[in-house]
Design a protein around this ligand. Structure first.
Ligand code: ARG
Length: 585
């Protein structure tokens, strides 16, 4: 089913072409003057220079080709050359019926299906998730669901930070504390124990302690670096400890991502790329891309067009060890071999933009990916406190993600309710909290910083997640009071009873178009804006029209169909954004 915009595009692009103009000029947009018209075409202005003709004349010539049809109610030209369009109510009603009976609210998979790897989450093993990890998880999960809905073949990968200095620090600190463990005995030939010599709680203390020591004590830092190097080159006792750290830490990571309703198809880490490094390095050397400079192996990535200096990509440090760039490049080798993606999207803090710029350039230059592959960096801004600085706990520390969730859950919790058990109330506060957090995040353009304002995010009024849920529950409650089936086989939509109803319909029919824009621009904020608009329009309609008091059955059927569709569109959208609605609240 063609979207309304696509249907109108056909008509107007054809008539631009028929009148001898470029058909691209005939693209239709939703009107930004809803008081004047529903849709508009602005191409006549663009054509004026090209064809040396007054825009008004172009628009009139185009209009002359539009024949009487079932779609357009009226169309007219307004100075200096706008084409203003209104469509027939029957056309809207037919389209609404199509949406109601379609599994994806009228959205149909496009032909340009792509294989997309989404690299998001990016947690570092053995460090608790904190507020800095929130956005990658929330945005990445939404992009994953959106792309999948769009029809793309999507692979979500957590890309764990499991291979760097933090692993060396933990192992080194353990060695200080328990030097007699078999893992440190180079002559040990037995089996290593199945259980870890530490708990999650221990790990949560060991890492920060080690990290602090390494900042104060250079020798300690050097030892930890050497430990990392030994781990990476395969020292068997260290590898065994590494597995323990991974097991203990992953369980905790999975539990926390679970609370956020975030899941990955693969929990690969930097360590999984390790085996691809030697051959990658060899090829870079053989092809003459990589050379030694000051002991390190580097690839130049600067371009003549650069306005700021771009340092070379370091492939191996002078002691031969791999770094962040190396693992990202080797991961691309792995991804190409395993998934052959058309596109890889990295959802990472925007302060890492230079890192990715260099990695991307190096990957193209050295042929790790081919020219047809798109590498996209979706860099996000910081979550700030009300002081405009990165969000902290009351005492000024970094806030753990679990703490953040607890705080918002208790903020939105309803203490007692007559018809809900404690269990149900708890689940309800989890659902509302997630909507508050995720919508509060996604409503902002990814690249912007935002202020994490719990009071605002958790409010049931205004542009918030709970407001969207509240609207949905209101619809559910109306539907449960009416026991009429909206689906009758024939088109249930009849004449609109008021302007507010048509207004709501005009927003609903945009779903397919909005979804496409959201996916094409990697911008969940577009979908947030849209569901806020739908909620406002639904509530305006609800206050205008007493649905439950309607006695005419034909009209009632039409009303029920419209609000059912409203609920479907909202439900589909919030699911794509990564949260859900309760049955009642
Ligand atoms: N673990 C990294 C960090 O904490 C983020 C990983 C992002 N993904 C990537 N492919 N580099 O900064």
């Amino acid at each position: 089913m063609l979207s309304v915009i696509e249907t109108l595009n056909e008509i107007f692009m054809n008539s631009f072409e028929q009148a001898g103009f470029d058909r691209e000029l005939g693209r239709v947009t939703v009107s930004n003057r809803p008081d004047l018209c529903q849709f508009q075409v602005n191409g006549a202005m663009g054509g004026a220079k090209l064809y040396r003709k007054a825009p008004l004349m172009i628009a009139q010539e185009v209009l002359a080709n539009i024949k009487e049809n079932d779609i357009i109610k009226d169309v007219n030209v307004v100075a200096p050359g706008f084409i203003n369009i209104n469509v027939k109510d029957e056309f809207l009603q037919n389209y609404l019926n199509g949406m109601l009976t379609s599994p994806k609210c009228g959205f149909e998979n496009k032909e340009d299906i792509k294989t997309v790897v989404i690299d998001y989450g990016g947690p570092n093993v053995a460090k608790p998730l904190h507020v800095g990890h929130l956005r990658s998880a929330v945005i990445g999960e939404a992009l994953k669901r959106l792309n999948r809905f769009y029809g793309n073949n999507v692979i979500g990968d957590a890309h764990l930070g499991d291979w760097g200095l933090q692993m060396g620090l933990i192992i080194h600190e353990l060695k200080q504390r328990q030097p007699n463990l078999c893992y440190f005995d180079e002559n040990y030939e037995g089996q290593y124990p199945d259980t870890a010599p530490f708990t999650l709680k221990d790990l949560e203390e060991i890492y920060p302690t080690a990290s602090k020591k390494s900042k104060e004590d250079e020798v300690y830092l050097e030892d930890a670096r050497n430990t990392t190097q030994e781990l990476q080159s395969g020292r068997i006792g260290y590898r065994a400890l590494w597995h323990h750290i991974m097991n203990v830490s992953l369980q905790d990571l999975k539990r926390n991502y679970g609370r956020l309703d975030v899941d990955f198809d693969y929990w690969y880490g930097e360590s999984d790329a390790d085996q691809y490094i030697p051959a990658m390095v060899e090829k870079m050397k053989k092809d003459g891309h990589a050379y030694i400079s000051d002991g390190a192996l580097i690839v130049d990535v600067k371009k003549e067009t650069d306005t700021a200096p771009i340092p070379p990509c370091i492939i191996l440090k002078s002691n031969g060890s791999a770094i962040y760039e190396t693992t990202d490049l080797a991961t691309l080798v792995q991804r190409r071999q395993d998934f052959n993606p058309d596109r890889v999207i990295y959802v990472v803090d925007k302060r890492q933009d230079l890192h990715f710029e260099r990695v991307f350039r190096c990957a193209f230059k050295t042929g790790i990916v081919d020219e047809k592959t798109t590498l996209s960096f979706v860099g996000f801004g910081t979550v700030n406190g009300s002081d405009g600085k990165p969000f902290k706990t009351r005492s000024g520390g970094t806030m753990k993600l679990s703490e953040l969730l607890d705080t918002v859950e208790s903020k939105v919790s309803i203490k007692d309710s007559e018809n809900m058990s404690q269990e149900e109330l708890k689940e309800l506060s989890q659902i509302i909290a997630l909507s508050a957090i995720k919508y509060g995040d996604l409503q902002n353009p990814c690249e912007s910083n935002y202020i994490f304002d719990i009071d605002k995010f958790a409010s049931f009024e205004g542009n918030t997640g709970p407001y969207i849920l509240y609207t949905m529950v209101r619809i559910k409650s109306i539907l449960s009071k009416l026991n009429l089936n909206p689906f009758e086989g024939t088109n249930p939509f009849s004449s609109f009873t008021c302007d507010a109803e048509r207004d709501l319909a005009l927003s609903l029919i945009k779903f397919s178009h909005i979804l496409t824009e959201t996916v094409k621009k990697d911008a969940p904020s577009i979908l947030c804006q849209y569901i806020y608009e739908i909620s406002n329009k639904f509530n305006a309609f609800y206050h205008n029209k007493k649905i439950l008091a309607e006695t005419n059955e034909t009209i009632l059927h039409s009303l029920i169909s419209l609000i059912t569709l409203t609920l479907n569109v909202l439900d589909t959208s919030i699911n794509l954004l990564g949260f859900k609605a309760p049955e009642k609240m």
